[in-house]
Design a binder for this molecule. Sequence first.
Ligand code: CXF
Ligand code: ZN
Length: 368
Amino acid sequence: MKFQAQAAVLREPAGKMTIESVDVGEPMENEVLVEIAACGICHTDMVMRDGHLPIPVPVVLGHEGAGHVVAVGSAVTNVKPGDPVIMSFASCGTCPSCVSHDPAYCHEFFPLNFFAKRSDGSTALSAQGQPVHSHIFGQSAFATHAIAPARNVVKAPADLPLNRLAPLGCGIQTGAGAVLNSLNVQAGSSVLVMGAGAVGMAAIMAARIAGAQSIIALDLSQTRLDLSRELGATHALVSDGRPVSELLRAAGLSGVDYAIDTTGVPALLSQALMALNARGVLGLVAAYPPGVNLSAELAYLMSGGRRIQGIVEGSSDPQDFIPKLIAYHRRGLLPFDRLIEFFPFSAINEAIEAGESGRVIKPVVTMT
Ligand code: CXF
Ligand code: ZN
């Protein structure tokens, strides 16, 4: 059985998306069909759109979907039709990382999330009989309907609006998880967060939850820095071209125990390394295009026991971590809704523009 959905199709790299009628196939035995209520826009969607993370076209992007399960494949047991769900990233479930509940480091992470098709090569979508690539992050949720592996979906509470919960599946989980899971930020420590976008703001809120003593936001935008202070930053530094260590010194800070990069700007990474205290860690969280390198003085790293750590999706197991984030949100500790502005699905290109111009921190398109 095929039915029609509306999807925002990207037909050429760096192009605009066009909302088109597409045919959606049936879920395979381990998949679910979700009617999407809302989908957040993540910077990684733009990196994929522009071909910096190479993906095939035509394709439907979108990887912060939330909605209701409409149908399930014959082997699905974790959800049933009618359940509200938040969609997250795809993982294989059988590699050593997945078996040890670390699916963000799934050995198949890149094929499953970026190849825009199932492992058997098929896509869930077509238009005028031609395949349209699907399964971006196992979801392709810039659409009214998406087919996802059952492992990808996390049951959502019935009493919270799904459109607000959508960004938990990537951006919020990534920033909060970097602090609470990957780096395990300790109470009383100092945390530098470079970039006050959705991921950076989530990291700032999480650093407050962790009890960090100094939480330093660094960004170009004074408006964002003002908001970062409301969300937990103790210091807000305008990135004005001076090296990070100099900015910290001017703010009365000597160094930091943790630095989290959400910007992907190589010069800032080198500077952040030089601002690490002994035993400090630099967490790499941005969507770095392939081929971008970092050089560091080995004696400096070694002698202070300093580390550089790659972080994917906040080292989260979404099945456990998203419910934890919702519990923090209910207690008022993670007010990520303050980052969101909603747009109708038909205005997806305006929503993207609002995100890229920096006017909106987390645009979310709503389908229902
Ligand atoms: C991505 C960033 C690029 C590597 C995989 C995870 N995060 C999501 O947007
Ligand atoms: Zn993302």
